[in-house]
Design a protein around this ligand. Structure first.
Ligand code: C5P
Length: 222
């Protein structure tokens, strides 16, 4: 089969990564989670005591960033300073730090270069905020996944509860809405739908239904 790329963008909690992983498995292609890279930069800053709001300090720290990405079947592992942090970056605190550092041009330049390098040799499905607009503008398939903020907050609470954690729906809803606002209103690569992306609203749909919908779209376009 000819090499192809699938770009999946959308706001926090729209189901991008869960569905993209399922699709990668079904099609035997690479899954690349770009949000995990911004989260890793955010985590590296917190670890070094750097305020994510301090652009100069964040940018200066990039030279010593020791981040390694290992795409593997149906997923991706990520190492910071040699330590596997794949699951540790999934907190709202690190999501917020990621959203702050993601606003800086120098951070984006560094990560976009890595992302484009990963997609060079093989078929990929990549998710994020700027994949269809900036990282892979020539992707064969572009999808913009969305869902109401209420539904996305409920999903997040469900995930946390499944991990045995308690979560307040209203607090989570507020955090998600704030992060969306920050991602959509920044100067550099704001979250927006690429003109040629297909909009898929996942409100009220479960993972298998969204996966099926996207697989049909991909089959149509590749
Ligand atoms: O997708 P995830 O929630 O893991 O992303 C964390 C943050 O990283 C987002 O809120 C966004 O600010 C940033 N991000 C980005 N561009 C991407 C992926 C993520 O700016 N391609």
């Amino acid at each position: 089969m000819k090499k192809f790329a699938v770009a999946v963008d959308g706001p926090a909690g729209s189901g991008k990564s869960t569905v993209a992983k399922e699709i990668a498995k079904a099609l035997g292609i690479l899954y690349i989670d770009t949000g995990a890279m911004y989260r890793t930069v955010g985590m590296a800053c917190l670890k070094k005591g750097i305020n994510p709001a301090d652009e100069d300090a964040v940018v200066a720290s990039l030279d010593s960033l020791d981040m390694k990405i290992f795409p593997e079947a149906g997923g991706q592992r990520i190492l910071l300073d040699g330590e596997d942090i794949t699951s540790r970056i999934r907190t709202e605190e690190i999501g917020k730090a990621a959203s702050s550092v993601a606003a800086y041009q120098k951070v984006r330049e560094k990560l976009v270069e890595i992302q484009q390098g990963l997609a060079k040799e093989q078929s990929v499905i990549m998710d994020g905020r700027d994949i269809g607009t900036k990282v892979l503008p020539d992707a064969e398939v572009k999808i913009y996944l969305d869902a109401s903020v209420e539904e996305r907050a409920k999903r997040r609470v469900g995930e946390l509860e499944a991990q045995g954690k308690t979560a307040d729906l209203e607090t989570i809803r507020e955090e998600i809405a704030q992060r969306d606002y920050q991602d959509m209103h920044r100067e550099n690569s704001p979250l927006c739908r690429a003109e040629d992306a297909v909009n898929v609203d996942t409100t009220g749909l479960d993972i298998p239904a969204v996966t099926e919908k996207l697989l049909a779209l991909i089959a149509e376009k590749t």
